[in-house]
Ligand binder design. Sequence first.
Ligand SMILES: [Zn+2]
Length: 204
Amino acid sequence: MFTRNDKLSREENIKLAEESASKASQLLDAIETAVKEGFKHVPKYGTTPTQNKKLASVTEVIARLQSEKSIAYRLKSDYSTMDRIAAEKQKLEEAQKEKATKEAERVKLVGEAIQYLIQNGKIINEHFTIENAISKANDLAFELVVDKLNQDNTPIDFSGDDNCEDCAGWIPGSHRCDCGNRRVGWVMGWGHSFKQPSVYAEAY
Ligand SMILES: [Zn+2]
C-alpha cells in the first residue's frame, strides 16, 4: 500500500501511488475473476435477479465453495446410509420370511397332532384343543409307548444304576429295580414327540 512520503518529491510520490493503484487493480481483477469462476462452480438456486445478485456476491460464493469442499464426503456418507438401510430392510425381510416358515411348520405340526389324536380315539374339544394338540399328542405317544413296554417282564438296563448291587435290571412297570436299591420309572427322552417317541427307564 502507498503512504505519502514528504521526504520524496511530488513526482516520486505520484509514481509510487500509481504503482500501488495498479497493483491494487490487478489484485481486484484476480479476485473478481476467481469469484466469477467460483460462482460458475457452485449450485445456484436463485429465481429472481435480486437473489441471483446475492448468490454472486463474494461472501456467498466463498460460503458455497466451502460447502462444496465436503461434497464427496457427504456423497460417500449418503451411500453408506443407503447401504445400511438396504441391509436392514433385507434382514427384516429374511426374519419375516423365517417367521412365516416357522409358523407354517407349526400349523402343519398341529394338524398332524390332531390327526394322530383322532386316530387314537381322542375327541377334539373334549380330550384336547387346537391350542394343546401338540403337547397332548406327545403325552399320548409317551403313554402308548410305556403301555407297550410295560407288557414285557424281562429285566432291562436303566439309567442311574450305579448304586445297584448284583442287579439284574428293572422289570418294566415295577416300583424298584431287581436289587431293590433304586426306584425306576419311564421318562421322556430329549426331543420326544408323537412323531418320534423317545422313552427310557431312569432311576429317581
Ligand atoms: Zn438295582
